[in-house]
Design a protein around this ligand. Structure first.
Ligand code: GLU
Length: 471
């Protein structure tokens, strides 16, 4: 239920158990994969104006089967231990599904960042980082945070600087956190990465003609109607890339201030501009205001993307959902009770631990970049460019025809952003195919979440077995 008995961690455990039945692994090994390895709950004082605020915060390392552990830090008043544990567990499975060699972790600070000035937020962030350093809960080979709900590259820069100050001379210090600003040891394409990954995942799902036919749709993402909940980093980039690159049609948006509907299609950049100017999406030209804040979730559409927080589609509204595909861009937006109702209706749910893994995938690229101390593409870009130029001259000479602009755009030395996007696309496509193949192979498995969990459990168990911990 969406009520007071809601335990996000229990929900993740239940989905895990549902999938674990389809593996032949020993009970003890499954228990070890499921358990949270380390939970650090802290309280620290920060002086805000003339008062001291005692701040509640967490860092959970769910699994040490691979090191470092990895996962974002959330700033939100809803933060609690159960939530951080659930999110850390999802990180473990997420990393396994996309072959990112980390264990899962997550951090949370119980504050409303909107009520603090940037200076105060910096104080909180630096103090939180100091607490992590004191307990050895951060480091390039230990635990590597990243942005999550309520945080971004600015906070990551503060974390990196605090860590470097306490670890003077550590050559890999920049790799202690990812999602940093591009100019401060970050990587191009990290900000859009989760949204871009969501787009690649949705596009891939829509490319299986048989699967689309089964829900009464045609192949391909182009022309499909899309509704997005949440215009934060993930929701915005998903909507932008799905409409600009995938030709999907955005017809509805739900945000904090309310829901809007525009059947002829919403230009996402126009909407963002309008929101910046007026402070709200309500009243966007040509749109209809819907009666409740979450009403856009219930619109008739092909693809619904919840990109805000957990527990948005629950027993209370599941029977009113009319989408054909739900793409979980947020972590845990659909509760198990809701999932049961949706699956019975034949809706395809593309699970969070696969669909939003683009963020951690590009975090992995950033971490590798920091450890190699060199940007991607630096060595080969010129060499490839010269080879391509020579090749096009030869083509010109032999055929008498030059290359088109489109051909020239492809035949060039790859920059960092090209390589990041190509690595991300490859990761999302391969992971979808692998998960779908499990769904097809196991006759008793009927949904992608269970298949994704089986995918993760099989990989993690392999690690434990090769570590010699389990026979
Ligand atoms: N917070 C993001 C997530 O939930 C990114 C984590 C990371 O990059 O480490 O996947």
């Amino acid at each position: 239920m969406s009520g007071k008995n809601y335990s996000f961690f229990k929900n993740v455990e239940n989905s895990f158990d549902k999938a674990a039945q389809h593996t032949n692994l020993p009970k003890g090994l499954l228990e070890q994969i499921k358990a949270c390895n380390a939970v650090y709950q802290m309280r620290f004082p920060v002086k805000i104006g003339n008062e001291y605020h005692v701040i509640e915060a967490y860092r959970v390392q769910h699994s040490h089967h691979r090191m470092p552990t990895k996962g974002g830090i959330r700033y939100d008043m809803g933060v609690n231990q159960d939530e951080v544990m659930a999110l850390a567990a999802l990180m473990t499975f997420k990393c396994a599904i996309v072959d990112v060699p980390f264990g899962g972790a997550k951090g949370g600070v119980k504050i409303n960042p909107k009520t603090y000035t940037p200076r105060q937020l910096q104080k909180v962030t630096r103090r939180y980082t100091t607490e992590l350093i004191r307990k050895n809960f951060i480091g390039p080979g230990i635990d590597v945070p990243a942005p999550d709900y309520g945080t971004g590259s600015r906070e990551m820069a503060w974390i990196a600087d605090t860590y470097a100050t306490f670890n003077h001379g550590e050559i890999n210090a920049a790799a202690c956190v990812t999602g940093k600003p591009e100019k401060q040891n970050g990587i191009k394409g990290r900000t859009e990465a989760t949204g871009r990954g969501v787009y690649y995942g949705l596009r891939e799902a829509c490319n299986f003609e048989k699967d689309m036919k089964a829900i009464g749709l045609t192949k391909g993402i182009a022309g499909k109607t899309l509704v997005v909940q949440g215009l934060g980093n993930v929701g915005y980039h998903t909507a932008r890339i799905a409409t600009h690159e995938g030709d999907a049609k955005l017809i509805g948006v739900a945000e904090y201030e309310g829901s809007i509907h525009k059947e002829s299609g919403i230009d996402i950049d126009e909407l963002m501009k309008f929101r910046k100017e007026t402070g709200s999406i309500m009243g966007f030209p040509g749109s209809v205001a819907l009666p409740t804040r979450e009403a856009a979730l219930e619109l008739e559409c092909d693809i619904l993307v919840p990109a805000a927080l957990e527990n948005q589609i629950n027993a209370g509204n599941a029977d009113r959902i009319k989408a054909k595909i739900i793409g979980e861009a947020a972590n845990g937006p659909v509760t198990p009770e809701a999932e049961e109702v949706l699956l019975k209706k034949g809706i395809i749910i593309i699970p969070d631990m696969y669909l939003n893994a683009g963020g951690v995938t590009v975090s992995y690229f950033e971490w590798l970049k920091n450890l190699s101390h060199m940007r991607f593409g630096r060595m080969e870009k010129r060499f490839n460019q010269t080879a391509f130029d020579t090749l096009s001259e030869i083509i010109q000479k032999t055929t008498g025809q030059g290359l088109t602009q489109r051909e020239r755009n492809i035949l060039r030395g790859a920059d960092e952003i090209d390589l990041v996007r190509s690595g991300l696309e490859e990761t999302m496509v391969t992971a979808y195919e692998h998960t779908r193949s499990i769904l097809k192979r196991k006759r008793k498995v009927h949904d992608l979440r269970t298949a994704a969990f089986i995918n993760a459990i099989e990989k993690i168990s392999g690690d434990y077995i090769s570590l010699g911990i389990f026979p």
